[in-house]
Design a protein around this ligand. Structure first.
Ligand code: G3P
Ligand code: MG
Length: 246
């Protein structure tokens, strides 16, 4: 249907994998993203009770698995034993909640790159432990897998940037604050990921002028973004990458 302006194909990121097609943040969702032609997936990471990085959005397993309990009280092996697909559909009953390490390995085989969103949860005790674990796991990526980091927590981005200054850092905002430029510079981050309903042509002209990238989340309706591509919108994070890949 592509007479509409849209993103470059490598600027379509599948949100939690192709989470409209398969259960979010599972291998099935990452495979579905690759099958849809996406080059990037967005995924969320947080620590288990035993300090492993788990690919999951919430701070508990309740919503996205057949089990229950908070991440801060469950070990990685307890989490890995849960059915993480039946809640979405019976075809997915064999899906599991993956670690970041095993996901990074799988992405290499799928030819995918990853936007690793660092979640900050109450049970996380040490920022150094959190970003150190991310650094360790992403170090094992294959040559074809690019990594970028995003977070709603500027401290997590600052700490991650200090460890990995070459990686793209994206500050996540619903609606960016007035002094977004100052806050980005303090991290420093080169990119804003913002809610698509907060986009404005005026701000995109300003970010474009400063060489700041902007991606919009989580948009599942290409029509909503049509007027923003020419103004400098960089990319989109979507549950259904096919919508933006024609
Ligand atoms: O990266 C964009 C989006 O994932 C941020 O919100 O809650 O889906 O992680 P959330
Ligand atoms: Mg996310």
């Amino acid at each position: 249907p592509s007479a509409l302006p849209g993103p470059a194909p490598h600027e379509v990121q599948a949100h939690r994998g192709a989470s409209a097609i398969a259960p979010e943040n599972t291998m099935a969702a990452f495979r579905a993203a690759a099958e849809a032609g996406a080059k990037w997936v967005e995924l969320d990471v947080a620590l288990s009770a035993d300090g492993q990085l788990i690919v999951i959005h919430d701070d508990s397993v309740d919503r996205t698995s057949a089990g229950s309990g908070s991440l801060g009280e469950l070990t990685q092996s307890e989490i890995a034993a849960l059915d993480a697909g039946s809640w979405f559909g019976q075809d997915f009953q064999d899906e599991r909640i993956p670690t970041l390490a095993e996901t990074i390995a799988a992405l290499g085989e799928l030819g995918l790159s990853a936007n690793v969103e660092i979640k900050q949860h109450k049970h996380h005790k040490s920022l150094d432990q959190l970003v150190g674990a991310v650094q360790t796991d992403i170090a094992k990526r294959s040559g074809s897998t690019e990594i970028m980091i995003s977070s709603f927590d500027p401290e997590a981005l600052r700490a991650m940037h200090a460890l990995e200054p070459e990686l793209e850092m994206a500050m996540l905002w619903g609606r960016p604050p007035e002094d977004w430029a100052g806050q980005l510079a303090a991290i420093p981050a080169t990119t804003i990921h913002m809610h698509y309903k907060a986009l404005s042509i005026g701000m995109l002209e300003e970010t474009d002028k400063r060489g700041i990238k902007v991606r919009a989340w989580t948009c599942n309706d290409p029509v909503q973004l049509v007027s923003f591509w020419d103004a400098g919108l960089t990319g989109v994070i979507t549950d259904d990458p096919k919508l933006f890949l024609g």
